[in-house]
Design a protein around this ligand. Structure first.
Ligand code: ZN
Ligand code: ZN
Length: 723
């Protein structure tokens, strides 16, 4: 038998599969098996992508695999990886790397431990029915307590109760201890409310669920892509839960993608409370061992619901009936490493492969989702409250970072009690520093961007490469000590609000990428939840799905900041950010109010968000995109050439530019991008109506030039559907 093996190598120039001859004792090898193989004179790992009876090469010229690793990949994930390699202009090896069990190539194993269990004699000793042989000492109270604990817990890792004490009981035949495999499970957090039994649905939720169930029962994969378009607070999660319930009831499994577990622990908590142990979770806060064991629980069928961020789309489940993508508008579904896959596109592909229902939920759908999916609506909040009124505040001519109306509203809130969320999509103290006498701006030495002041930490930092310097006291060019600080970030707003309003019973808390670590962020959210009143200041993190019932005021500072990005999605992002933040206010008993400060009060996205008009925004956005040939009316492919030598990067880009002229495609560039991490960059953008043809042309061009580019020390990255 011949195994077609894709070696897991990083090089683009080497592309398999390569044939290996299987020995008779390797008959268990199948598509998806992970093999140790000799490759290019060195041992390597490879994935079997096919089996064949014969090879084009002579049998005695074929090498044999050195061994078979215990855990491979399900065949449907091998096919998915092969498709991803093509769709994202990557290589099969890199795509296969994404679908393997976490740590499989690093020798990850099941954990073994000494497990203690009560023996039958132990049971009888506890019940007092065991006759102790003469000469043995009676059990001490401690030992009796230990046995009782073991009875209530069942089989337990010995070290958790004290291995030595247990071994003494083992010697008396009361406890059995053995080496066994154990599953490492991630810690659980309990944030927000969750119920084990389904609550009654609103009529809107009933209607949406009924449509999902119809799609679920339909054979084949047609008309199974659904958009659950529900305003904030309309109870989307309960619809997800009951749809998963129905999927499990017909014996199929489900994948639930969420933007980021650390920021939305509530959703995970609700799934675990409803479904218990058949929920497996995967996220970056878990150890590799925990992720490996959760992967095995999914692969074995012990777990049938996978909940996690974008990589959970590769959960090794069989017979998937439902794939849910919560907050489908979120940019975090796009992977930034190679292959630069979009989990929403991959999820759609996986759902079709399994004839599963794809359910995308959000209050602010992307225009392309609206145009491709069947539209289900939840137009009302479940608590019956209206969405809060939104006031747009014109900041032109204002010098203080807070508008007078904002300051009044905050002072009223402080007096009357209650909570507010303040969103400013910019970290640090101020945007940039400049010298008052010569005008020098402090720039990153590695990137063409200004350094941002972080006052509390006493440093200025580059938000692109992480470079840090001490806060300058004088200008290195003219020696002036007058250093001006421009603009305001979350750190400065937090300080100003603390000085103006903060008190022990009215904390001002900050949530952004500087408040490091998952646990610190979870604690900040818990403190805000527990406080009677206070402020939560932060970047877009504060707008993500949190459900605090007593937020009376939502404030967006510098709402047009996201509009200034040179990106066709700038409008969509701005609209989503304001709508999502507005959705945090006015839940529960308090009426809400939302203030939006902006230098561009007439901007379309801001005006539509102020009227809670997502249909109007999408209709308008689709007209604009059609006119400009942006998605969904065309596909975009971005090629970036980067090198320390700018001329080499630009020459490679020019060279590729001539080779990527696909039929019906417009090729823009090469255009210089700002220097990043000491590398000059040059970019080409392809707008194509024939997506498959453009991808094929780009792949062929990049593959053909791969060797020449690496000889010039130019790295070439391809991004299909860039964000
Ligand atoms: Zn100066
Ligand atoms: Zn930098």
């Amino acid at each position: 038998m011949i195994a077609r093996v894709q070696p897991l190598t990083r090089t683009r120039a080497v592309r398999g599969p390569f044939d290996y001859r299987l020995r008779p004792d390797q008959s268990e090898v199948a598509v998806g098996s992970l093999l140790r193989v000799p490759f290019g004179g060195r041992p390597s790992l490879g994935v079997v992508v096919g089996l064949a009876g014969t090879s084009e090469l002579e049998p005695d010229r074929l090498a044999e695999p050195d061994g078979v690793l215990p855990v491979g990949v399900p065949p449907d994930l091998v096919r998915l990886a092969e498709w991803m390699a093509g769709e994202y202009c990557s290589t099969p090896a890199r795509a296969l790397g994404l679908v393997l069990a976490p740590g499989a190539t690093a020798g990850q194993r099941r954990k073994r431990a000494l497990i203690a269990e009560l023996s039958r004699s132990g049971e009888r000793a506890l019940d007092g029915t065991l006759e102790e042989p003469p000469g043995t000492r009676a059990l001490t109270d401690r030992q009796r307590a230990l046995l009782a604990q073991l009875r209530s817990r069942g089989p337990t890792v010995a070290s958790e109760l004290g291995t030595e004490a247990l071994k003494r009981l083992q010697a008396r035949g009361l406890v059995a201890i053995a080496q066994r495999e154990i599953a490492r499970r991630p810690a659980r957090h309990s944030v927000g409310s969750a119920s084990a039994t389904p609550p009654p649905l609103t009529p809107d939720q009933e209607r949406a669920l009924a449509e999902i169930l119809v799609a679920l029962s339909r054979p084949g994969s047609d008309r199974k892509e659904l958009l659950l378009h529900g305003v904030t607070g309309s109870g989307k999660t309960e619809v997800y839960l009951q749809a998963v319930q129905a999927t499990l009831a017909v014996g199929r499994s489900a994948i639930v993608l969420v933007p980021e577990i650390a920021l939305t622990p509530q959703a995970l908590h609700r799934f675990q409370t409803r479904f218990g142990d058949i929920v497996a979770v995967m996220h970056s806060g878990m150890s590799q061992g925990e992720r490996y064991d959760e992967w095995l629980r999914l692969a074995s069928g012990d777990a049938r619901v996978a909940v996690g961020p974008r990589s959970a789309v590769f959960a090794p489940l069989s017979d998937i009936g439902l794939v849910i993508i919560d907050e489908e508008h979120e940019g975090s579904y796009k992977h930034e490493g190679d292959p630069r896959y979009d989990a929403r596109t991959v999820a759609a592909r996986r759902a079709r492969d399994h004839a599963a229902v794809l359910l995308l939920g959000t209050a602010t759908p992307r225009p392309e989702t609206v145009s491709s999916c069947r539209h289900l609506r939840l137009p009302r909040r479940i608590d019956g409250r209206a969405l809060p009124p939104v006031e747009v505040l014109d900041m032109r001519g204002q010098h203080h970072p807070l508008h007078p109306v904002t300051r009044h509203a905050l002072a009223d809130l402080r007096r009357e009690g209650g909570k507010a969320i303040v969103l400013l999509n910019r970290r640090g103290w101020s945007n940039f520093l400049s010298c008052r006498s010569c005008g020098r701006v402090w720039m990153c030495p590695h990137c063409e961007v200004a350094l941002v002041l972080h006052r509390a930490g006493g440093f200025v930092a580059c938000h692109h490469c992480g470079h840090r310097e001490r806060v300058p006291s004088r200008c290195p060019k003219c020696a002036s000590v007058a250093v001006a600080r421009h603009g305001a970030g979350t750190e400065r707003i937090e300080r100003e609000l603390t000085d103006a309003l903060g008190a022990p019973d009215f904390p001002v808390l900050r949530l952004d990428a500087d408040s490091s670590g998952l646990h610190e962020r979870a604690r900040t959210l818990e403190r805000f939840q527990a406080a009677a009143g206070g402020l939560l200041v932060g970047t877009q993190m504060v707008a993500k799905g949190h459900d605090f019932p007593d937020v009376a005021l939502g404030i967006v500072l510098d709402a047009d900041q996201t509009l200034r990005f040179p990106d066709f999605r700038a409008e969509e992002r701005t609209f989503a950010l304001i709508t999502q933040l507005a959705g945090r206010a006015g839940r529960g008993t308090r009426a809400g109010r939302v203030l939006v400060q902006t230098l561009a009060p007439e901007a379309r996205s801001i005006a539509f968000a102020a009227h809670h008009d997502s249909d109007g925004f999408i209709a308008d956005e689709l007209i604009r995109r059609e006119a400009l040939r942006y998605p969904p009316y065309a596909s975009l492919i971005r090629i970036v050439c980067a090198a320390a030598d700018g001329a080499a990067a630009h020459a490679t880009a020019r060279d590729l530019h001539a080779r990527v002229q696909a039929p019906g495609a417009t090729v823009l560039g090469p255009a210089p991008l700002f220097r990043l991490r000491d590398r000059e960059r040059s970019q080409i953008v392809i707008k194509a109506t024939d997506r498959a043809a453009a991808i094929a042309t780009v792949s062929a061009a990049v593959d053909e030039r791969a060797r020449a580019a690496s000889a010039r020390r130019v790295s070439v990255s391809v991004d299909v559907d860039p964000q």
